[in-house]
Design a protein around this ligand. Structure first.
Ligand code: NAI
Ligand code: MG
Length: 352
């Protein structure tokens, strides 16, 4: 039986509430699908640790994770610690240090979930945002000058490399070829006149290698509007780091709640562990109440199983999520229900 070594990083807020739900689901599936999981839990890697010791994780944090097969993360963020500190102290070092250059964010409108968007009917909206995850607009290049004076200024540079853009585009084209054969590239080459025309040129160049994929490009502003007006019209959407971040939150809202959406941070070459985490953050407004929606974390665990070579187990999980939503009225508060995290998890486990 294959054993997979999993690092668990619950993090802050609702992270430690939703991650155990995902673990219970994983443990249920192993015996049936012929794999086992052994866990190492890094409960202390959080904003609390930052407040106490001045760092989100130990200096050798990445080395502790390096020999794992995958990382499952809850969320980080705490009102007492600036968001850029928690993000750049844990998530971004892992994404960059382990070359997780693909951020994969599938979105579905499930039967039984009412989308706030009238035209988003269940079964019709089923798309994937492929977000570039290690470069682009989220860069450390830049700085501030003349602090506090009227001349104060801030410069933030976006970094797009031929290698970095090409590899994420190739991933997206390959994914589109396996799925519906359609790809949309998010751009803004009318306003951002250096990096975005470069991105567009590379899209056109790579497209030539995937003749079976029907592709187009849309400016990000128009694309955001279309995500609301016609979300069923998309299959695979590839975007830079910033555009993909925003589009995938928007798409998660179209799907009914940000609490549903999963994400995979992939190192497709498997030189390093990949990391799986719900799209949502630590939700301090509901933390500690046991009412967080665990679907995002559980679906993220399914993406992890797929990556580890267990697609049938992954499908069992997404089928069970779909069944709970379609056939029962068990829902957490964000979806208009009264179920707790534990109630939802129990109901789902009952179907596995
Ligand atoms: P958030 O996703 O934590 O919360 C936004 C809204 O959605 C809140 O009203 C929250 O209650 C609700 N929500 C989120 N997840 C939910 C769930 N599973 N079930 C039910 N409701 C849910 O985003 P926000 O408020 O912008 O950020 C809060 C903290 O989380 C910040 O410190 C931020 O930096 C951090 N954050 C961390 C992320 C990560 O770890 N990957 C991603 C996004 C934000
Ligand atoms: Mg986001």
């Amino acid at each position: 039986m294959t054993n997979h070594r999993i690092a668990l990083i619950p993090g802050d807020g609702i992270g430690p509430e939703v991650l155990p739900a995902a673990r219970r689901v994983l443990d249920r599936l192993g015996p049936r699908h012929g794999f086992s999981l052994s866990y190492t839990s890094y409960d202390d890697w959080s904003c609390e640790r930052h407040l106490r010791e001045g760092a989100m994780m130990p200096a050798d944090g990445l080395d502790q994770l390096r020999d794992k097969d995958a990382i499952l993360l809850g969320a980080v963020g705490h009102p007492g610690v600036p968001d850029h500190v928690s993000l750049w102290g844990l998530l971004i070092p892992i994404r960059r240090g382990f070359r997780q250059y693909v951020n994969l964010r599938p979105i579905r409108v499930f039967d039984g979930v009412e989308s706030p968007v009238r035209g988003a009917r269940p079964g019709e909206v089923d798309l994937v945002v492929v977000r570039e995850n290690v470069e682009g607009e989220y860069s450390q290049s830049g700085g501030r000058l003349h602090s506090g004076s009227p001349e104060e200024m801030a410069v933030q540079e976006a970094v797009f490399t031929r290698t970095g853009v090409t590899r994420v585009l190739d991933y997206a084209f390959r994914l589109a070829a396996r799925r519906g054969g359609r790809l949309t590239s998010a751009t803004k080459s009318n306003g951002i006149v250096h990096t975005m025309p470069f991105w567009d040129e590379l899209v056109a160049a790579r497209a030539a290698r995937f003749p079976g994929v029907d592709w187009d490009q849309e400016h990000i502003d128009a694309l955001a509007a279309k995500f609301v007006l016609d979300p069923a019209g998309f299959d695979v959407v590839v975007a830079s780091n910033l555009f993909g971040d925003i589009l995938s939150d928007l798409a998660a809202a179209v799907a009914g709640s940000i609490g549903i959406a999963p994400a995979a941070n992939l190192n497709p070459e498997r030189e390093f562990p990949s990391m799986f985490e719900p799209v949502h953050g630590s939700a301090p407004d509901i933390a500690g109440q046991g009412v967080a929606n665990p679907i995002g974390a559980i679906w993220s665990a399914a993406l992890m199983l797929d990556h580890l070579g267990h697609p049938a187990a992954a499908k069992d999980v997404t089928d069970a999520i779909a069944t709970v939503l379609a056939k029962t009225d068990v829902r957490t508060r964000d979806l208009g229900g009264t179920a707790t995290t534990a109630d939802f998890t129990e109901t789902l486990l009952g179907l596995l």
